[in-house]
Design a protein around this ligand. Structure first.
Ligand SMILES: N[C@@H](CCC(=O)N[C@@H](CS)C(=O)NCC(=O)O)C(=O)O
Length: 220
């Protein structure tokens, strides 16, 4: 039996959605973020050394990293989400699985962290300097990079129903978290294809069921 080690308000939600789509038996071990630090509880380190979520366990195997988990699940439990190796769809699948955490998330995280720096409590005489540094990083680095990435995704989704073409695949589960977090945090009316993609997967019955199972999730 698969166990998903699930942290509230986290990337783990996309794995829960995939497990619901797969209709494979699974159970959930729940972990709560610290209310002040928003970090994962130390108990997650008992499951995997990094102490992050998602992690799945099945028998003796422990697997971390969303992309690796999705690859494992679609290859072993849900071939309908796994494009045939050697095809263009499979090449796209591999690209987007890596792209989500390798290129897109780091830029979104840099912005999130520096936005937080601006609102953090600090002595009044430091605040203008901290704000200046944060704005510099956002305006000269993360902001332009995010814009380029979003235009790239928007363009791709204008020509493809799902990330690998006509059929939903593991890549769509992997791309769901950064895009729904973006739409929820910042709105994306100027990105109609990204908005349409997010609304489309959020309307799926398995996604809705995963929301019921997973509890607190701010990005739906
Ligand atoms: N690249 C990893 C990132 C894992 C990760 O950072 N998870 C976050 C949740 S979105 C986490 O556990 N944060 C809690 C913490 O850092 O204490 C993946 O995709 O699985």
């Amino acid at each position: 039996m698969i166990t998903l080690h699930h942290l509230n308000n986290s990337r783990s939600q996309r794995i829960l959605w995939l497990l619901e789509e797969l209709k494979t038996p699974y159970e959930v071990a729940f972990y709560e973020r610290d209310k002040v630090t928003v970090l994962a509880p130390k108990e997650l380190k008992n499951i995997h050394a990094l102490g992050k979520s998602p992690v799945i366990t099945e028998g003796d195997a422990t697997m971390a990293e969303s992309g690796a988990i999705i690859e494992y699940l679609v290859q072993t439990h849900g071939k309908e989400f796994y494009p045939t190796p050697g095809t263009e769809q499979h090449r796209q699948y591999t690209y987007w699985i890596h792209y989500a955490e390798g290129s897109l998330m780091p830029q979104l995280l840099i912005k999130l962290i520096f936005d937080k720096v601006k609102d953090s409590p600090m002595p009044f005489f430091i605040k203008p300097i901290a704000k200046m540094i944060a704005n510099k990083v956002i305006n000269s680095y993360a902001g332009p990079n995010i814009k380029t990435n979003l235009e790239f995704i928007e363009q791709h989704l204008s020509k493809n129903e799902w990330f690998c073409g006509k059929n939903i695949s593991g890549a769509d589960f992997q791309m769901s978290f950064p895009l729904e977090a973006l739409v929820a945090r910042e709105g994306a009316n100027h990105l109609p294809n990204i908005t349409k993609f997010v609304k489309k997967f959020q309307a799926r019955p398995a996604y809705q069921k995963a929301l019921e199972v997973g509890g607190e999730y701010d990005y739906a």
